[in-house]
Design a protein around this ligand. Structure first.
Ligand SMILES: NC(=O)c1ccc[n+]([C@@H]2O[C@H](COP(=O)([O-])OP(=O)(O)OC[C@H]3O[C@@H](n4cnc5c(N)ncnc54)[C@H](O)[C@@H]3O)[C@@H](O)[C@H]2O)c1
Length: 344
């Protein structure tokens, strides 16, 4: 992001009262930091169900009274109302964010992602917020073979996660039309970057590959590695999200946020192995996972037209930043660097 004084978004966000749901999370944490740098007064609500809170604690120490953290669920009416008192702009990112986990816990996924979005929209409208920006998902497109994915395609969610995130989009559109709550749904495509969780079975692929390779272990590829994704650096997603909060009008429509570049999972693996200097490691292949879609790449014309969005980082720059961050983490926590190659 450009320095705050040179950033054209500073006049809009400086002193603006903003609420970020899920602001302790991976994308929410980057967004919150960017908003603080722009001079906004930020309230974060997060139940820390998918986060240890370390980053938000560090931000609170740096930014003092400019940041208020509410430890609570968006499903708790009191905590939610408190988080939005006086909010002018609301960024709604809190969600259960995993396809495999949604298959294990479909009802809980709907409660948080769909009912949770109704609650956020209701409280935002009562608080007279002027914009609701919703973190939607490219999973809405499902396995429709047509590429690139364009917003006018009929959605075809295949997992409870995708269905619940699409339900959230419907809420944003309906609240815009029924109550005049200006909203926009940003369909993020496979976001990656520093601080994305790497440690569990639900980890996103970039973090999972990096941590295994840095530990000299073999990463797992589900399927044959020919599946493609539009891997998007988190810096681009934050930039697009800030533009969406500031754009003049928004009537609840969905907009793709991506690089617009199709990369195979095997290709991603090879690029990371080169960056980490571990081209001696081969991945382990396991059967494809249920509800994983074979191919995905975005048409990004609408984000450029509506938001003036252009990517600020390339895929390679984003991967290099992420590798460097994970390497620093390993140094800081003094993890032993294994010499040989072990199993997954
Ligand atoms: N990461 C991606 O590639 C991607 C792609 C498409 C869409 N999205 C969407 O972007 C948003 C952020 O994703 P992320 O990758 O940063 O995930 P994340 O899990 O790091 O962030 C979500 C945050 O929401 C919090 N949370 C969960 N349930 C909550 C509740 N009931 N009340 C309050 N807080 C709650 C979690 O503790 C976490 O900090 C999500 O809405 C996700 O669906 C992400």
């Amino acid at each position: 992001m450009p320095a705050a004084d040179a950033n054209p978004l500073t006049p809009f966000y400086a002193k603006r009262r903003v609420t970020v749901t899920g602001g302790a999370g991976f994308i929410g944490g980057h967004l919150t930091e960017a908003l603080l740098l722009l001079g906004a007064t930020v309230t974060v609500i997060d139940d820390l169900s998918n986060n240890d809170g370390a980053h938000i604690t560090a931000l609170a120490e740096t930014y003092g009274g400019q940041l208020r953290f509410i430890y609570g669920s968006i499903l708790d009416p009191t905590a939610l109302a408190e988080s939005m008192t006086g909010a002018q702009t609301v960024f709604h990112l809190a969600a259960m964010n995993s396809v495999p986990r949604s298959i294990d816990e479909p009802e809980r996924t709907f409660e948080v992602n769909a009912t949770g979005t109704v609650r956020v929209a209701e409280v935002a409208r009562r608080a007279k917020a002027t914009r609701l920006v919703y973190a939607a998902s490219s999973s809405a497109y499902g396995d429709d073979p047509a590429l690139p994915k364009v917003e006018s395609m009929l959605p075809k969610p295949l997992s409870p996660y995708a269905a619940s995130k699409l339900a959230g989009e419907s809420v944003v559109r309906a609240w815009a039309h029924s109550y005049g709550l200006s909203g926009i749904s940003l369909r993020y495509f496979n976001v990656f970057g520093p601080r994305q969780l790497a440690g569990d079975a639900y980890a996103a692929v970039v973090s999972a590959f990096i941590t295994k390779l840095q530990a000299a272990k073999r990463p797992t590829i589900h399927g044959d590695g020919t599946q493609t994704r539009d891997f998007t650096p988190v810096a681009n997603v934050v930039h697009a999200t800030l533009l969406a909060g500031a754009t003049e009008s928004a009537d609840g429509q969905p907009v793709n946020i991506a690089l617009g570049r199709q990369t195979t999972v095997r290709n991603l693996f090879d690029t990371l192995a080169r960056l980490i200097a571990r081209t001696d490691i081969e991945p382990l292949y396991t059967p494809a996972r249920k509800a994983d879609v074979p191919h995905s790449v975005a048409n990004t014309a609408l984000s450029e037209k509506l938001l003036g969005f252009k990517p600020i980082k390339t895929l390679e720059d984003g991967l290099a930043d992420t590798v460097a961050w994970f390497a620093r983490q390993r140094e800081e926590f003094d993890e032993p660097v294994a010499k040989g190659v072990t199993g997954a």
